[in-house]
Design a protein around this ligand. Structure first.
Ligand code: SF4
Ligand code: SF4
Length: 88
């Protein structure tokens, strides 16, 4: 997109009031092939460890989250930001 990935704030956000770690079998963690999530120990907790590994505008892991605990930035706003960065 002509903009450094680090400047694009696209990554999942975890609602810890909803995330139940899929009763011990975290589906988003298993699903994403890009090493975005990790599981912290003590207390066991899902975290977004590498937000810049998330594919810009991908939201696929949201589909595997039964409690709907994952959200993403507003795509239109991010597109606007990218265009501004590129000088359009
Ligand atoms: S899929 Fe949803 S509930 Fe399961 S670990 Fe991920 S965020 Fe938590
Ligand atoms: S949105 Fe896509 S790339 Fe990003 S964490 Fe989810 S599955 Fe991985």
């Amino acid at each position: 997109m002509g903009v450094s990935r680090k400047k694009i704030p696209w990554a999942p956000k975890i609602d810890y009031n909803q995330c139940n770690l899929c009763d011990g079998d975290p589906q988003c963690f298993k699903f994403c092939p890009h090493d975005v999530f990790t599981i912290e120990k003590e207390p066991r907790k899902l975290v977004v460890n590498k937000p810049n590994h998330c594919v810009v505008f991908c939201r696929s892991c949201r589909r595997v989250c039964a409690p709907n605990a994952l959200s993403f930035p507003n795509k239109a706003e991010i597109l606007k930001m990218i265009k501004q960065e590129r000088g359009f």
